[in-house]
Ligand binder design. Sequence first.
Ligand code: PEP
Length: 253
Amino acid sequence: MRKNIVAGNWKMNKNVIEAQQLMFQLLEYKKKNTTNCEVWIAPPAMYLMMAKDVFSHNEIGVLAQDMSEYESGAYTGEISADMLESIHATGTLIGHSERRQYHGETDSHCNVKVKLALDKGLTPIYCNGETLEQRKSGQHLEVVKYQIEVALFTLTAEEIKKVVIAYEPVWAIGTGETASPEQAQEIHKHIRTLIADKYGKDIADEISILYGGSVKPDNAKEIFSQPDIDGGLIGGAALKVEDFAKIIEGFNS
Ligand code: PEP
């Protein structure tokens, strides 16, 4: 049975006091409420240790926003899979569109990172999705196919089962534009079919595929009700406990 997951990507937001405050608010929420999904957060790297301390009983999973493609060494500013493993992080985002756009990350880099993360027992959340131009020119299915094939199809069946995929159309990230539930479902189904064709239906059915792109309290429930959508990767709306909680509650019937 695949997991439902709501993961908050804090990006480069919040000073240390604000970050700690939001973590404690989330902890309190999690203690008081039963959720029908796993809840994970990806705070900035410098707050990962603090998050592990606050969520000391794994009430909320802790993710990095990115991870180096190298194992160790002279790579200033980077954090390694080994470092994340050593703090018992849940996993890491890989290939977020902002990493691709501003840091030149490619699907081949993502392929290396996904493997490194898996080798250390971390869950990679592999982010992919088309740009507005690609969607307008009708290339979205092809683009997503390429991204999935390059980044994931060198994995074994046992490995790919442990990957979480986040379909995030670039045109919907931080823009207030959301893919309609039907547009999102079309791509999620496409991704699951690609995996089924390569690894078999049983494996494809085990993989959680999250949607990301302007998910808000008022659209989460409808998006999450689609058969191939297993949760969300949430940016802006993960920065306020009230909004994030309402999104999590999108899984409550
Ligand atoms: C994201 O950054 O992964 C994201 C989906 O952002 P937002 O929810 O703000 O569109």
